[in-house]
Design a protein around this ligand. Structure first.
Ligand code: CA
Length: 722
């Protein structure tokens, strides 16, 4: 062969092996289990089972795991991403939809990309400014941004290649979920159903960003003909037109899975806008496709089947929770199944070819329904379910028996590991519902809580003691064939991390109290654990590089419960980090805890009635970011710690919007100057309560702590034992 030609062929082959072998293709994604070193897509494979086939770390040696390296994002909001690992590079995301490419070998940043989401968009995010990761296809990675864009980035440089606006930015849509890449298309949905939007999922061309198809999950204007056969079917299950004004909801904000043989894309659909069914659809109806699992043709978006977990949902029981595909032997027959543990408390096993229900049993306490009727496939509601005439405590709470934190399915154990919760909450039907557009919640529940005034005098430590007894978190090993629990581990907090399992019989989970733990997949025995310095909510992943297996997890406290409840163990949450472990790792974890001292609060302002009114307004407008009882844990400004200058500027901030560039937008369209004063009074009163607690003598603190614990026990025993 001619020398020049030979060099050309050699160079081409080199280019092929270096550049082109790294392309993420349909072939690689459908055969992800043959590349155990990588983590190519959100749930590791299209079945999203989150079971690593790697063999190096096992039950015998896991106790010698140690930190290999850590990467600091220098951010203080929740981290929920599942990192991807492709040919030695980790691609992950952090708060405000930032993307990071990090060397898997040593944790050094290769590039980062900041989509510069306007901070004022944060008010549209129900559940923190989080992001659950990127998708990879070809030579690009794809991120959905909080303000509704889908952005394609060059995987080598992080440079944007294209971006597409996926939403109508006049409505409060957000994207927090990870896109999925299937057959040259990028699928993404969105969130916003607490505020009021119409849900859908779309597919975009991976090369150009052009929209290929869109599937709406709830009907559009009742005055117009339905857009598709699926919408024609759905429209028959809705009444009135309030839902269209508010949006109807049904957002596809997280889960997807894909069966390449059936070419079906499965996705989970969320709650309605507004929550309350009597307001949303007066006169009844199932309100398709709320709280449903829907299967569509991945190439065309054409409807294949649906299963509605919670017809006429009124409790925020989304079916957007993690979906796992598996082949199970049930009654002696091999079945292609789909499994989900949605918020409503039941574990579902469906036939994924037809959508037919195989079985459903409770995996946690659920008072709204007694059971699921296998003949009709419908839940049987109890007398505790409805609240049109009275407010009732019903479980699970809106945070769900299980939220977005991914489960994992271990094939040899035949067990699903669920990051589960047990909780209850008050539900009601709001009087004189008025739709409030923009960044405001529209639940259709009673906003006015007559108990607000009494609640303001409860010591913060007592509130935490009671909440910890009502809201519980645990890891459950669930047998999906027998539909029974095999083992459980109780956690100190309700809000914990997603799950990873390995073929070697391990289960990894981070906890809200700041640990990463390895369990024996067979019985839940703790085989290893380490302190992580901040509460973990993200799921761990595993990958290998040059023969060494690693476990990696995003450690950053936050998310919907992280913002609302300041749980004592994670109160001093530090900056968010990517932590990576290997056998014999010896790196030390840099400390990064925030220490805060409460400044002496200004003099009390206003009467008890004013403080109560302020508390009520705070709970409606401020609590979901600044925390219940003003205990935000420092993720978003803890208002009890306001500086004297902020106290002076209070009305300029709340009504004038002077801090909107950092996310604190004006609420002048919702409250007036008197209301702002009342909220200010409540904040000062809460600061005084905390000041007294912080400055009490140690012996008095100890006695009180015992008393609070006993009191909390009695409250729960007599108040909520059912
Ligand atoms: Ca919701």
């Amino acid at each position: 062969m001619h020398a020049t030609l030979r060099r050309f062929v050699a160079a081409s082959l080199l280019c092929f092996s270096v550049c082109c072998s790294a392309e993420v293709t349909r072939q690689r994604l459908t055969a992800a289990d043959t590349e155990p070193d990588q983590w190519l897509s959100h749930g590791r494979n299209y079945a999203e089972d989150r079971e690593s086939p790697l063999q190096q770390i096992d039950r015998g040696n896991v106790a010698t795991l140690g930190l290999a390296w850590s990467f600091d994002t220098s951010t203080h909001r929740g981290l929920e991403a599942s990192p991807l690992v492709i040919d030695g590079v980790i691609y992950t995301t952090g708060s405000w939809s930032r993307v990071y490419a990090i060397s898997a070998a040593n944790g050094e940043q290769i590039w980062s990309y900041d989509p510069e989401v306007p901070r004022s968009w944060g008010v549209n995010a129900c559940c923190d400014v989080v992001n659950r990761g990127v998708a990879a296809w070809g030579d690009k990675v794809y991120v959905g941004t909080l303000d509704g864009r889908l952005v394609a980035l060059d995987r080598t440089t992080g440079a944007p290649v294209w971006q597409t606006l996926t939403i109508d930015q006049t409505r409060p849509y957000t994207i927090t979920g990870a896109p999925r890449a299937i057959n040259g298309k990028i699928m993404i949905g969105n969130g916003g159903a607490e505020y009021g939007v119409r849900g859908y999922i779309s597919a975009y061309d991976a090369d150009t960003g052009a929209q290929v198809w869109r599937f709406y999950t709830v009907p559009g204007s009742p005055a117009l003909p339905p857009e598709s056969a699926a919408m024609k079917m759905a429209a028959k299950t809705w009444r009135g037109d309030v839902f269209y004004q508010v949006g109807g909801g049904g957002t596809v904000w997280d889960s997807m899975a894909y069966d390449p043989v059936l070419n079906l894309l499965y996705f989970g659909v969320g709650n309605g806008s507004p929550w309350n069914r009597h307001i949303r659809s007066p006169g009844g109806g199932d309100n398709l496709f709320l709280s449903s699992i829907v299967a569509v043709n991945a190439d065309t978006g054409e409807y294949a089947w649906h299963y509605q977990t919670t017809p006429a949902d009124t409790w925020d029981y989304t079916a957007t929770q993690h979906i796992i595909l598996a082949d199970l032997t049930i009654d002696g027959e091999q079945r292609k199944v789909l499994m989900q543990a949605p918020k409503n408390g039941f574990f579902y096993v469906l036939d994924r070819e037809t959508g037919k229900l195989i079985s459903a049993e409770k995996y946690t306490k659920a008072s709204w329904a007694s059971h699921v009727d296998l003949a009709t496939g419908r839940p049987v509601e109890t007398s505790n379910a409805d609240h049109i005439t009275k407010t009732q405590m019903t479980g699970p709470a809106p945070s769900g028996g299980h939220n977005w934190q991914p489960m994992a399915f271990n094939q040899s154990q035949a067990l699903v590991y669920i990051p589960a919760m047990e909780s209850i909450a008050p539900y009601s039907t709001g009087k004189d519902f008025q739709y409030s557009p923009g960044g405001h919640w529209n639940l259709g529940q009673n906003d006015n809580n007559e108990n607000s005034a009494t609640m303001t005098s409860i010591p913060p430590a007592l509130m935490r003691a009671v909440m910890q007894r009502i809201m519980k978190g645990r890891l459950i090993a669930w047998d999906p064939v027998a539909q029974t629990e095999r083992w459980r581990v109780e956690h100190p907090t309700m809000w914990n991390g997603g799950v990873l399992t390995t073929k070697t019989g391990l289960v990894f989970q981070g906890t809200g109290d700041g640990r990463l733990v390895a369990y024996d997949a067979a019985n839940g025995e703790v085989l290893w654990q380490t302190e992580t310095g901040t509460g973990i909510i993200a799921p761990p992943i595993s990958f290998a590089l040059e023969g060494t297996q690693y476990i990696s997890v995003m450690a950053g406290w936050g998310g919907v419960v992280g913002l609302m409840l300041n749980l004592p163990q994670s109160a001093s949450a530090g900056t968010g980090r990517l932590l990576t472990y290997r056998l014999g790792g010896t790196a030390t974890l840099p400390t990064n805890t925030i220490s805060r001292t409460l400044p002496e609060p200004p003099d009390q302002l206003g009467s008890d009635a004013t403080i109560g009114h302020g508390a009520n307004l705070y709970n409606v407008h401020c609590m979901r970011c600044h925390g219940a009882g003003l205990q935000s844990g420092g993720l978003v400004a803890d208002l009890r710690y306001m500086s004297p200058e902020s106290h002076k500027q209070f009305k300029n901030i709340v009504l004038g919007g002077v801090l909107s560039s950092v996310g604190m937008v004006s609420f002048a369209d919702q409250i007036d100057a008197n209301d702002a004063d009342a909220i200010h009074s409540y904040i000062i009163s809460a600061a005084h309560l905390q000041w007294q607690e912080d400055n009490a003598a140690p012996w008095w603190k100890a006695i009180k702590s015992e008393f609070y614990d006993a009191f909390a026990y009695l409250v729960v025993f007599f108040g909520f034992s059912s």
